[in-house]
Design a protein around this ligand. Structure first.
Ligand code: DMJ
Length: 643
């Protein structure tokens, strides 16, 4: 991946931040609303006037109608025995005192019309006299009423489904005292991160721990969606922080609203919000999380309305209009984004009985299966209009990473029945090993980036998750290569540990090279930052689970101490700009994934294996655990009529 100009959050290059304060556009929108409201009032007065005039036309108008030749047509139907000619209730002629009565009647009607007009105008004037605030308040009340109506409709209970076997959601108390203390320390760090977010950033997406205020980036759109709350919930739960969990639940219940005019990243919202809500639902059994996940998923579906069914990167939650990142090759969607929906979408179909989610992700899979792959590799870019690949760049780090992860996890999550996904994973990994994985001069195994047939000898922090993925995929690999993949996982873990160990702060840089004498060190200044990312610790944890080699706990503890020493500030935890500097500057962001992933993986590393055992739980790419679906008797395709 080319180095981004701005700090990327998840390895996807981030377009420039929207610097306008969110309140500005909101203010403009409400001004326009109030102006519209006034215009509406004047218009309604005018319509009342015309309406009255139409029904109570004065004489001259009526005569005009007859002048148009209607009289001849009407006369045969007139009852001439009466002193007046009455057609359909309308007076048209009269003689003598009848004429006088007729004029009186006309006069009365004219007065009535005049009075009606005056009253309508008075009412309009009254409205205009109201202050802007009053009018805005009235508009708000109306809007709230409509929102309440929508909410009522959206919170219809979902059909009950049998919950999967939920094993090991509590406890995990380690046997020895030393490990227990370490685990307690990590829990304390979580409390520090949460309580400061609670104090200074509540409801905002993230926290600025130095400025002590809320923070957001464009991946979450312009609304306060409480990303940290949703992302942190399951970590709070497994750590036994139930009061904090309840606070989060209440905020979600009362404030998390998806009917907002806000353009969000489909991928980020899926992995953090839908993944986070589903995990919170499975762990706690609280229906509110399931309902919110389903509501939100409904808002993402319009992103799939493209000529190919490959979703846009971003979607406006209100209008449903989608588009792609401006920086992506030739208007492409990103492999790691549209390829990282499968786990959550299968669970959505499972929980709702609605096949639509499953169909969307299976459609993506089928399309990818049909396409030619240069050198057997999946390029990072795919155009959703033409269905053609963009630049032939392949990465196991940013832009590609979690696509491979989700192929493996789709298989695991299906109780190893989705063999199509396993095959795609095996094919992809074989091509990656052939073209992207090398050993450096110093003997370190690394995964480079493939760019148009050329290997860039650079590895990203994001790529370090692959150590855990290789270990997780070892069992069930082709030709019984389990030992080989476990070994590969261990080698990647070692290389990534070296990338931490070769810095001043013992925290890893964003990207590091194996070129021109460099060995696992960042060369460019803008690759030296650490933003509280989890991938290296994630790999330590998987390696620990599969090998119980104590070095993984040791490495995890080194990282914990370094985070505590260099990233902890009074208002939470901050990323740092240069891991090679002894006096580093802070980036002043407490990322939501620090609570969702980094602290969770650390906690699990110092817990016993019976907490969230890997044969019952599969972690999504944001570390949200989802249960394995044992669908042997209730296959999705059977029950939901899925193809
Ligand atoms: C997380 O949001 C997810 O793990 C994603 O897949 C990529 N990495 C970031 C954190 O670094």
């Amino acid at each position: 991946m080319t180095t981004p100009a701005l700090l990327p959050l998840t390895g996807r290059r981030i377009p420039p931040l929207n610097l306008g304060p969110p309140s500005f556009s909101h203010h403009r929108a409400t001004l326009r609303l109030s102006e519209k409201f006034i215009l509406l009032l004047i218009l309604s007065a005018f319509i009342t006037l015309c309406f009255g005039a139409f029904f109570f036309l004065p004489d001259s108008s009526k005569h005009k109608r007859f002048d148009l030749g209607l009289e001849d047509v009407l006369i045969p139907h007139v009852d001439t025995s009466k002193g007046e000619k009455d057609i359909g209730g309308f007076l048209i002629h009269g003689q003598g005192h009848d004429e006088h009565r007729h004029r009186e009647e006309e006069e009365r009607l004219r007065n009535k019309i005049r009075a009606d007009h005056e009253r309508a105008l008075e009412e309009a004037k009254e409205k205009l006299k109201k202050s802007r605030e009053t009018i805005q308040a009235e508009i708000e009340t109306e809007k709230n009423k409509v929102a309440q109506e929508i909410k009522k409709k959206e919170t219809k209970p979902l059909p009950p489904v049998p919950l999967p076997n939920l094993i090991g959601i509590n406890g995990g108390e380690p046997e020895d005292e030393d490990t227990r203390e370490k685990r307690e320390k990590i829990k304390e760090m979580m409390k520090h991160a949460w309580s400061n977010y609670r104090k200074y950033g509540w409801g905002h997406n993230e926290l600025k721990p130095i400025a002590m205020k809320g923070h957001s980036t464009n991946i979450f759109g312009s609304s306060k969606m409480g990303a940290t709350i949703v992302d942190a919930l399951d970590t709070l739960y497994i750590m036994g922080l139930h009061d904090e969990f309840k606070e989060g639940q209440e905020w979600i219940d009362h404030n998390l609203d998806f009917s907002v005019n806000s353009e969000v990243s489909v991928f980020e919202v899926n992995i953090r919000f839908i993944g986070g809500l589903l995990a919170a639902y499975y762990l706690s059994g609280q229906e509110v999380f399931k309902n919110k996940a389903v509501q939100l998923a409904g808002k993402l579906l319009p992103a799939f309305n493209t000529p190919t069914g490959i979703p846009w990167a971003m979607v406006n939650l209100k209008s449903g209009i989608g588009r792609n990142w401006g920086w992506a090759s030739a208007g492409s969607s990103i492999l790691a984004e549209f390829g990282t929906l499968h786990m959550e979408f299968v669970h959505l179909s499972y929980l709702t009985g609605d096949p639509v989610y499953y169909q969307k992700v299976m459609h993506i899979r089928k399309l990818l299966q049909k396409m030619d792959r240069p050198d057997g590799l999946y390029p990072n870019y795919l155009n959703p209009k033409t269905g053609r690949w963009g630049q032939h760049h392949t990465s196991v780090g940013g832009l590609g990473d979690s696509f491979y992860e989700y192929l493996l996890k789709a298989w695991l999550m299906s109780d190893k029945t989705d063999i199509e996904a396993r095959k795609m994973y095996d094919d992809a990994i074989e091509a990656i090993e052939k073209h992207l994985i090398r050993t450096s001069n110093g003997g370190l195994t690394f995964i480079g980036e493939w760019k148009n047939g050329h290997l860039e000898r650079k590895m990203g922090h994001l790529t370090c998750f692959a150590g855990g993925m290789f270990a997780l995929g070892a069992d069930g690999s082709r030709k019984d290569k389990a030992g080989h993949y476990l070994q590969l996982g261990a080698e990647i873990a070692h290389t990534c540990h070296e990338s931490y160990d070769r810095t001043v702060l013992k925290l890893g840089p964003e990207a590091f090279k194996f070129d021109g004498g460099a060995e696992a060190v960042a060369v460019r200044q803008n690759e030296k930052y650490y933003i509280l990312r989890p991938e290296v610790i994630e790999t330590y944890w998987y390696m620990w689970r599969f090998t119980h080699d104590p070095k993984y706990r040791q490495w995890g503890w080194e990282a914990t101490e370094a985070i505590e020493k260099y990233c902890r500030v009074r208002g939470g935890f901050s990323g740092i700009k240069d891991v090679y500097s002894s006096a580093p500057a802070y980036d002043d962001v407490q990322q939501s994934f620090f609570l969702a992933e980094t602290l969770k993986y650390l906690y699990l590393l110092f817990s016993s294996d019976d907490l969230l055992p890997l044969d019952h739980w599969v972690f999504n790419t944001e570390a949200h655990p989802l249960p394995v679906l044992h669908l042997a008797n209730t296959t999705l395709s059977g029950n939901l009529d899925l193809q």
